[in-house]
Design a binder for this molecule. Structure first.
Ligand code: GDP
Ligand code: MG
Length: 440
């Protein structure tokens, strides 16, 4: 997924204005990439439709940097589908807060029960785990082991009571929590390898019996295209208030995340990233969006780069170019703006695969700004506004004043003239550019 998208965005980045064909090409690539990542077809269609509409709209065509705007839109739409803001657990006004786990066998419910409990305990809560999975012979023992590892209490049916009734166990578990002053109850339930009516009924009966504050649907991120059918079945059969994605440590690209969140409209609340009890964290929609796009933190960096260039300032520049009033002072101003990017360059060097943009920044030498600054500041006001005045003796004087050489002064003037000329051409087409940076 990532390579292809990165390539697409790179191609976009080298363009100035975007045509409808550019947008369509990009949208086609995004569509293919999402399908590759096992995102459901309906979801992909919906998503690319929205991106296309926005990419062709005003916010992009009027922007200084349309390609970046498209990247931003893709990211924004992904974050939106993935739940926008991160959602926290709802705690009951009157404890205990009841959290029920549901999902297929092997999804990671029992493991999650331990993770969640440990995480809550660290936060000062006193959770108890309830073993309402009586389907598999060792399910209860497994939960007891997990509880011990997490250092929390476990409520389990007495052994030797036959098959037992999971609904009754769940109910008793909640009662136990009330008596023992546990403020959170986490109810582990049974799953089957595939969705089946009995399992769904059992889960829905448990839900009805204990009235949980949260029902978390636990789903393996590696499930691929089956994510949609499974999520729908659980939504219809039990319904849930949030989703937990497990096994994100695998190489699943997160297509399931996008499908489930989009199809069910329920927020993804937690991410499970390993077998250990600490491999667990609240879900961050923005991070998952980046993972899906595999842009790393490049989006943040682009935003910062955008911030470093004031758009109004750039428009004023464009006007100066087209009316031929661009001066060495303006040139210096531009160079100084570029300096704001210095810290970004540092960050970029720490990011793997930030590719094209990093290369452009590498080519940019901060010391050069300092030298340029010194030279321009050695010029008189008249020389700065009318560079044509700069004859040989003036250049020699300036070089001395700046502690540099005439060659360096000549180079600077030449670069300035090139920039002014190039800018003038570009400005006629509407969009200014930044010398030394190339189009981004
Ligand atoms: P349950 O049937 O839904 O209760 O699933 P379990 O909690 O028993 O987990 C099934 C298997 O998946 C176990 O071997 C777990 O160690 C493993 N597992 C659970 N969560 C994760 C995870 O986030 N990453 C990885 N790699 N394995 C996990
Ligand atoms: Mg289990």
């Amino acid at each position: 997924l990532s390579d292809r998208l990165a390539e697409t965005f790179k191609n976009l980045r080298t363009k100035g204005k975007l045509s409808a064909a550019d947008v369509d090409g990009t949208v086609r690539e995004i569509r293919r990439a999402l399908l590759d990542a096992d995102v459901a077809l309906d979801v992909v269609k919906d998503f690319t439709g929205k991106v296309r509409e926005r990419a062709l709209g005003d916010e992009v065509s009027k922007a200084l940097n349309p390609a970046q705007q498209v990247v931003r839109i893709v990211n924004e739409e992904l974050v939106e589908i993935l739940g926008g803001q991160q959602r926290r657990l709802e705690f009951a006004k009157k404890p205990p807060t009841i959290i029920m786990l549901a999902g297929l066998q092997g999804a990671g419910k029992t493991t999650l029960a331990g993770k969640l409990a440990k995480w809550l305990a660290k936060d000062g809560h006193t959770p108890v785990l309830v073993a309402a999975d009586l389907q598999r012979p060792n399910a209860v023992t497994q939960l007891q082991v997990v509880g011990q590892q997490a250092g929390v209490a476990v409520f389990a049916p007495e052994p030797g009571n036959g098959v037992g009734n999971p609904v009754q166990v769940a109910r008793d578990g909640v009662k136990f929590a009330q008596q023992k002053m546990h403020d959170v109850v986490i109810v582990d339930t049974a799953g089957r390898l595939g969705v089946d009516a009995d399992m769904m009924k059992q889960a829905s009966d448990i839900r009805a019996a204990i009235g949980p504050d949260e029902v978390l649907f636990v789903i393996d991120a590696m499930i691929g295209q089956d994510a949609v059918a499974t999520a729908r079945a659980f939504q219809d059969g039990v319904d849930f208030t949030g989703v937990v994605l497990t096994k994100l440590d695998g190489d699943a690209r997160g297509g399931a995340a996008l499908s489930v969140a989009s199809i069910t409209g329920r927020p993804i609340m937690f991410a499970s990233t390993g077998e250990g009890l600490d491999d667990f964290e609240p879900f961050h929609p923005d991070r998952m969006a980046s993972r899906i796009l595999d842009l790393g933190d490049i989006l943040t960096l682009i935003e910062q780069a955008q911030g470093a260039f004031d758009e109004d300032e750039a428009r004023k520049m464009a006007e100066k170019f087209s009316t031929d009033t661009f001066t060495l002072d303006d040139f210096l101003g531009q160079m100084q703006q570029l300096r704001n990017m210095g810290s970004i360059k540092k960050m970029m060097s720490m990011l793997p695969g930030a590719g094209a943009m990093k290369q452009q920044l590498e080519n940019f030498d901060e010391r050069e700004i300092v030298r340029t600054e010194a030279i321009i500041q050695s010029m008189t006001k008249a020389e700065r506004t009318t560079p044509k005045l700069l004859n040989g003796s003036r250049r020699l004087r300036i070089a001395r004043g700046a502690g540099s050489t005439v060659t360096e002064v000549n180079q600077l003037v030449q670069r300035f003239e090139q920039a002014a000329k190039m800018m003038k051409t570009v400005a006629k087409g509407g969009m200014p550019n930044i010398p030394g940076m190339g189009p981004m």
